[in-house]
Design a protein around this ligand. Structure first.
Ligand SMILES: NC(=O)c1ccc[n+]([C@@H]2O[C@H](COP(=O)([O-])OP(=O)(O)OC[C@H]3O[C@@H](n4cnc5c(N)ncnc54)[C@H](O)[C@@H]3O)[C@@H](O)[C@H]2O)c1
Length: 350
């Protein structure tokens, strides 16, 4: 298959690019190279004849149209987005421009290509979204997000992603564009940009800095290893039913405090502090995020029963791999330390 992957220089997109090239697909990586991008993430496939890169901003409709028409992919996997909730609180405008208008531009160009291909039924527009569109869950472990949970986004980020999901469904219902949609829980793993919780904790710990936890640390997330997510996305692209959405989860619910304590235990083993004190002593509770959703949890029944997919690693295994990766790849994260906003507390302007 010839795949056009948007956002392929980001955290999840690069995992999709690496895996897709590894499976023998031709991959065009379309990315604007914003502050969150790093072409180093795809260095392992950069010289592969199956791989090519196009620097395109999805807010630029003409550039998107030209790129899609010229490459004429069999499928588009759309991951490009502004993705950080804290940044969406401080500056929501670019989230609307990229996540909503950018998705609209892609849908229009994909639709034109699909029409030129004679409305080819094998064509796919795969929209990659988040479980945050469903809002916040109560603590009751029997209540989880299903594909039928009503949308209830509560941050500018999740509202912009929810808007894009609605556009994608509308282009299927109205124009017949063959789409699949996935809503995934929180990802973690190698190449995670150092503004998100897990890399912040690992890198602050190694620097002997406080480990910031928003509020009381009781917020619960369902953690998925990024390479499992990439695997699930390729599975849905190949086997998912047209017009259908699939929730993807790690089946690994943890509170932020539990997660950080686990990271500290791993770091204590793999990179002990000189005085042998635990990294957990550096845990510091800081002001909560405005509108911080209490709990996200995915009911994975559909993807498991219809497509036979389930995650391959537990959160403990995945976190250990992740810590080892950051310990072994200091040059990667050191190079990102000077990017705008990295190392600062964002999202407090509300
Ligand atoms: N990170 C998570 O836990 C998570 C969970 C579920 C869903 N998602 C979704 O997965 C996708 C990828 O998330 P991520 O964590 O890899 O994000 P990321 O921020 O690491 O990467 C986003 C990529 O998109 C590119 N991009 C941003 N604006 C662009 C524009 N205007 N034009 C072209 N490219 C642009 C960036 O340069 C970057 O390479 C997003 O759509 C996000 O909503 C993320």
């Amino acid at each position: 298959m010839k795949l056009l992957v948007t956002g392929g220089a980001g955290f999840i997109g690069s995992a999709v690019v690496r895996q897709a090239v590894g499976e023998g697909h031709a991959v065009i990586n379309l990315d604007a190279l914003t502050y969150a991008a790093c072409l180093e993430n795809v260095a392992s496939v950069a010289n592969d004849p199956l791989y090519s890169f196009e620097q395109v901003d999805i807010r630029d409709a003409a550039a998107v149209d030209e790129c899609i028409a010229r490459n004429a992919p069999d499928a588009i996997m759309h991951l490009a987005a502004e993705s950080h909730v804290d940044r969406s609180i401080d500056g929501p405008g670019v989230f609307i421009e990229t996540n909503v208008m950018g998705t609209y531009n892609l849908l229009q160009s994909a639709r034109a290509l699909w029409e030129r291909k004679g409305r080819d039924e094998t064509f796919r527009f795969h929209h990659i979204s988040t479980d945050e569109v469903f809002g916040s869950l109560p603590a009751d472990p029997d209540v989880q997000f299903t594909e039928d949970t009503p949308y209830d986004p509560r941050s500018p980020y999740s509202a912009s992603k929810a808007s894009s999901d609605h556009l994608v469904r509308a282009w299927h219902e109205t124009y017949g564009l063959p789409i699949v949609l996935t809503n995934c829980s929180n990802n973690y793993g190698p190449y995670h940009f150092p503004e998100k919780l897990i890399p912040v904790i690992i890198l602050n710990a190694l620097a002997g800095k406080p480990l910031p936890i928003y509020g009381d640390g009781s917020n619960v997330r369902d953690w998925l290893y990024v390479e499992d997510h990439a695997d699930a996305l390729l599975c849905v692209l190949k086997n998912g039913q047209v017009g259908r959405s699939y929730n993807i989860g790690g089946e690994n619910e943890r509170s932020n405090l539990q997660l950080v304590r686990t990271l500290c235990e791993i770091l204590d083993r793999l990179s002990p502090r000189s005085d042998n004190a635990s990294y957990a002593e550096l845990i510091t509770f800081v002001a909560d995020r405005p509108g911080h959703d209490a709990r996200y949890a995915i009911d994975p029944t559909r993807i498991r029963t219809e497509l036979g997919w389930r995650p391959s690693v537990t959160v403990e295994e995945g976190l250990e791999r992740t810590v080892r990766w950051y310990l072994d790849n200091e040059a990667w994260w050191q190079a990102l330390q000077n990017r705008e906003g990295v190392g600062q507390r964002l999202g407090t302007k509300a």
